[in-house]
Write a protein that binds this ligand. Structure first.
Ligand SMILES: N[C@@H](CCC(=O)N[C@@H](CS)C(=O)NCC(=O)O)C(=O)O
Length: 244
């Protein structure tokens, strides 16, 4: 992994997880030229000081645009997937309608993903897959909240193909998070509208590319029902290394 790369391509500091895939999908959909720098979060790649300069919150992905339009030659360094999706749709002029009503509908569902679906499913996955046993309350609490959020999506998609009026960054934000809900005991087929939406998006060439390209796809070891981490890996993600 080398953080210092230079030319005019965008640099995507990438982790092969749902959050990383959101941004890769938009870059592929919009046809923006980019290169990835891959981080192994289990190995603690994101904890090195050089990455803290890029994202003080030390979470992935992050994006560097060496020459943003109107930036006067100064690079733009961005963290938070919501901010990155908004930036890239503005840069490309795609996947966010210029019509104020349509645009804000998509922004609303993007906000719903980054404040609700992502964090709640994240906790559901954590307690079901990483936490020591005996956490029934937390496992049930977050699984229930995950189901509630899927029901919200199900109702939303009852009379429309996408979360907003057209395919948008809101769909790209939500889609990767629904790939492995079986790991938290949810069968997507219980939510037929969500399932149909999921398949429609899965069949898009850009999404297929992200699912199949070696450098972008989620490694099979990341999707096991129950994760077995070494003490060092656990510490890099949830333990004392984080505070230092
Ligand atoms: N709110 C952040 C969440 C990013 C996030 O949590 N990324 C995970 C990978 S999917 C991460 O960096 N985890 C490392 C850790 O928890 O130490 C965003 O939307 O960008």
């Amino acid at each position: 992994m080398s953080i210092n790369q230079s030319d005019e391509k965008l640099i995507l500091h990438y982790v092969r997880t749902s959050n990383g895939q959101k941004i890769a999908i938009l870059l592929e959909e919009a046809g923006i030229d980019y290169e990835t720098v891959e981080y192994d979060i289990f190995a603690g790649d994101h904890l090195i000081p050089a990455f803290r300069e890029i994202n003080p919150n030390q979470r992935l992905p992050a994006l560097v645009d060496p020459a943003p339009v109107g930036g006067g030659g100064q690079a733009l360094v961005l963290a938070e997937t919501g901010a990155m999706l908004l930036y890239l749709s503005e840069k490309s002029g795609k996947f966010l309608s210029p019509d104020i009503y349509r645009k804000m509908e998509a922004v609303q569902w993007l906000a719903w993903q980054i404040s609700g679906l992502g964090p709640m499913l994240g906790q559901a996955y954590h307690f079901a897959r990483y936490a020591p046993g005996g956490q029934k309350y937390a496992v049930d609490r977050y699984a229930r909240e995950a189901r509630r959020l899927l029901s919200v999506m199900e109702a939303r998609l009852a009379d429309r193909k996408y979360l907003a009026v057209e395919y948008s960054i809101a769909d790209m934000a939500c889609w990767p998070w629904l790939q492995n809900v079986a790991n938290i005991g949810i069968d997507r087929a219980e939510y037929p509208q969500v399932q149909q939406w999921f398949e429609t998006i899965r069949s898009r060439p850009a999404v297929q590319h992200v699912l199949n390209a070696d450098e972008l796809a989620v490694p099979s070891g990341y999707t096991q029902k129950r994760m077995q981490l070494t003490p060092n890996q656990w510490s890099n993600l949830f333990g004392r290394t984080i505070a230092t």
